[in-house]
Design a protein around this ligand. Structure first.
Ligand SMILES: N[C@@H](CCC(=O)N[C@@H](CS)C(=O)NCC(=O)O)C(=O)O
Length: 234
């Protein structure tokens, strides 16, 4: 897959796009884990020409974004078929269902059910990790990653729903990518130690071009951001 040109983020001085002109626009930032979920989905399905990237500078975002595009004023959002939708988990399902390309959900009913169970666990997963980020103990992060290790045994990996990369992997990997960096750097805690399934999963996901193309966060910036959000840890 050829490397895609990534346009510069639009700031407050940028002119608004010709909204609702039939173009499908994906409003995003290059470093947001929630936008990254939609970005991976788009890339994996080969929709680079069908879904246009519209990166925003969130620190100095254009006023028209809130006023005319998405009143919630967050990314990601998707302009498609005369409407704008948000929320990354809803968007990955929407893109998978409403666009061409390889399906990212298996037909198997048990796997679909397990997918929904995994999704309903994501907030708790992140919450456990954030408890560690706020304190000194890695116990809660350990619980989160033990759960992930256990989930990966259900269909014996390498991916969360078995042999095929799916929306389940896409939902988790942008968070795991960031948590791994912060836990290693600040807590000297390696999430893959003693968790062979998590280690193999991260390795497999990192072989996927559609994902690699979306890894735009600088580890130093991830550490700085979480430090600012959670603690004064050095
Ligand atoms: N639940 C939302 C979260 C989206 C979100 O929090 N996006 C952040 C960037 S990573 C944002 O737009 N922040 C801007 C703000 O809160 O003003 C989703 O999954 O899409």
């Amino acid at each position: 897959m050829a490397t895609e040109y990534l346009p510069p983020p639009l700031d407050a001085t940028a002119e608004e796009p010709a909204l609702f002109d039939g173009t499908t626009r994906f409003y995003m930032t290059y470093t947001c884990p929630f936008a990254q979920r939609v970005w991976i989905t788009r890339n994996y399905k080969g929709l680079q020409d069908k879904i246009k990237l519209v990166p925003l500078n969130l620190q100095n975002r254009p006023a028209w974004y809130k006023e005319k595009v998405y009143s919630v004023n967050k990314v990601p959002s998707l302009e498609h078929d005369g409407k704008v939708m948000g929320e990354s988990i809803d968007l990955i399902k929407y893109v998978d269902t409403n666009f061409e390309g390889t399906s990212l959900l298996p037909n198997d009913a048990d796997k679909k059910k397990f997918f929904e169970e995994l999704l309903s666990h994501i907030d708790q997963f992140a919450g456990n990790v954030f408890t560690t980020f706020r304190g000194d103990s890695t116990t809660e992060a350990g619980t989160a990653f033990d759960h992930l290790e256990n989930a990966l045994t259900k269909y014996d990996g390498p991916f969360l729903l078995g042999d095929e990369f799916s929306l389940a992997d896409i939902a988790f990997i942008p968070l795991v990518e960031r948590f791994q960096i912060y836990l290693s750097e600040v807590f000297k805690y390696e999430i893959t130690a003693g968790r062979p399934k998590v280690a193999a999963w991260i390795e497999e996901v990192n072989k996927i071009d559609a994902y690699k193309q979306t890894k735009k966060s600088d580890p130093k910036e991830i550490v700085a951001l979480y430090k600012m959000m959670f603690s004064a840890k050095k």
